[in-house]
Design a protein around this ligand. Structure first.
Ligand code: S3P
Length: 165
């Protein structure tokens, strides 16, 4: 079992469905470092799902919790941090991440993302009359911002977690 010592936390950013959680878990295991997940931390602290938080308290409330959690997780032991797809959109989060972490954009094309998210009901932002169009417009707006990450990794359809473990 390897045990890396990281000088910074590796922060995975990118669209919903890119595989941030799956890749983050595998990478953390491989490096022997903690796996951190901002969405999971928010859910745990609120004792509600992300969808419930959006519904009850709204997106702005969720975004405030998200910033708090990212800030707190970046203060702790370095590891691999998987963030929600919108986290990197806020400048305050990008500032936190660039100061204390190294950002990695998990890059996937729209078709792959849609295939991964279309059957799931866990993403409140896609609960619209036209979820594909919603995903596409989020994708188009966000790609230029994700491109500001320190590194980009292509997440192909054929890419498998087994390659890393
Ligand atoms: C969001 C993505 C979700 C979650 C929330 C908002 C977004 O995380 O944080 O539903 O704005 O793209 P995943 O990227 O893990 O699905």
């Amino acid at each position: 079992q390897e045990r890396w010592t990281l000088k910074k936390t590796v922060v995975l950013v990118g669209m919903m469905g890119a595989g941030k959680t799956a890749v983050g878990k595998a990478l953390a295991l491989r490096l022997g470092v903690p796996f951190l997940d901002s969405d999971a931390e928010i859910e745990e602290a609120a004792n509600m799902t992300i969808a419930e938080i959006f519904q009850r308290d709204g997106e702005a409330f969720f975004r405030d919790r998200e910033t708090e959690v990212i800030d707190r997780l970046l203060e702790g032991e370095h590891g691999v941090l998987s963030t929600g797809g919108g986290a990197f959109m806020a400048e305050r989060n990008r500032d936190l991440i660039s100061r204390k972490g190294i950002s990695v954009w998990l890059k996937a094309d729209l078709k792959l993302l849609w295939n991964r998210v279309k059957h799931k009901d866990t993403r409140p932002l896609l609960r619209t009359a036209h979820p594909y169009e919603t995903l596409r417009s989020l994708y188009e707006a966000r790609v230029p911002v994700y491109a500001e990450a320190d590194l980009a990794v292509e997440a192909h359809q054929s890419y498998s977690i087994e390659m890393m473990t």
